[in-house]
Design a protein around this ligand. Structure first.
Ligand code: COA
Length: 174
């Protein structure tokens, strides 16, 4: 586990398969279970994949938020991000997204990609603030309620890491 950066109150730490402690993995699963109706992943299983990247925001020895992404060739796909309910609106998800963006810039990533439920205004606002734009819709992508997914993208210049300007291809109500 590598300590990397600090928000005003929390440390940002990257977890790797060979250096993740059991407590942190359990904390990620607990935050995920509280955030999503159905369990979508196991942090242990995710970290076994060589292409998985995982960061947590930790305070007082406990994880309060996590971000899991897949790094495949020149793309970083953000799979899950969640903050435990008592720690929301403190900038933790923003800090984790910024950390993943820094990683992408260091690794000459060209695209950051994610899907988000069309009704998830909090998350869409978070992503838009960071420069993501709506690329398209995957109709009835979520099997639990048939909700559409909005595909969002942030394009980087792989040579400089600069965020490229983008625009929404679909209309979003946020
Ligand atoms: C979406 C989520 C990750 C945001 O986490 P967070 O740590 O509270 O986010 P931040 O404090 O960094 O908020 C950043 C911005 O996102 C937007 N935002 C976050 N929560 C919001 C809410 N409840 N309502 C409206 N906007 C919200 C705001 O623009 C906010 O900036 P502001 O506080 O300056 O207004 C969190 O609400 C969560 O865990 N939700 C459940 C899981 C989820 O939906 N994950 C995303 C899909 S995979």
């Amino acid at each position: 586990m590598k300590r990397e950066a600090t928000t005003s109150t929390a440390s940002l730490v990257q977890l790797t398969a060979d250096a993740a402690d059991d407590a942190a993995l359990d904390e990620i699963d607990a935050i995920g279970s509280a955030a999503f109706d159905a369990p979508q992943f196991s942090a242990r299983e995710e970290l076994r994949r060589p292409w998985t990247r995982c960061w947590i925001a930790r305070e007082g020895g406990r994880a309060l938020a996590f971000l899991i992404a897949w790094h495949v060739v020149d793309e970083l796909h953000v799979l899950n991000i969640a903050t435990c309910p008592r720690a929301r609106r403190r900038g933790l998800a923003t800090a984790l997204m910024r950390r993943s963006l820094e990683y992408a810039q260091q690794q000459q990533v060209r695209l950051l990609l994610l899907e988000v439920r069309r009704s998830n205004r909090a998350a869409i606002r978070l992503y838009r603030k960071l420069g993501f734009t709506a690329m398209g819709v995957r109709p009835r992508y979520y099997s639990d309620n048939g909700e559409d997914a909005v595909e969002m993208v942030l394009t980087l210049d792989p040579a400089t890491g600069a965020v490229q300007p983008g625009r929404d291809e679909i209309r979003l109500e946020v």
